[in-house]
Design a protein around this ligand. Structure first.
Ligand code: SF4
Ligand code: SF4
Length: 71
């Protein structure tokens, strides 16, 4: 997952509160969102959907295994 428009981030903290796996924090230095635990991202898209300025873009860095039924 990545935030590709950090300039547009207004530091509202909504993504921090909505992320179920605690991936994002507000960087005290910049006052903007920062990805601190990217490995924990579950690609749920909640942060992207709730961001009021569309600062977050989700990139498909993980893949979900395709389960094929042979029955
Ligand atoms: S996509 Fe979901 S799990 Fe990943 S950072 Fe956003 S809210 Fe958290
Ligand atoms: S929800 Fe969007 S604007 Fe708010 S802190 Fe997160 S990235 Fe920044």
């Amino acid at each position: 997952m990545s935030i590709n428009n950090i300039d547009g981030c207004i530091g509202c903290g909504i993504c921090v509160e909505t992320c179920p796996t605690d991936v994002i924090r507000i960087d005290p230095a910049s006052g903007k969102a920062a990805i601190v635990y990217p490995a924990d991202c579950q690609i749920c898209h909640l942060c992207r959907m709730y961001c009021p300025v569309d600062a977050i873009t989700i990139t498909p860095e993980k893949t979900i295994p395709v389960v094929v039924s042979w029955g």
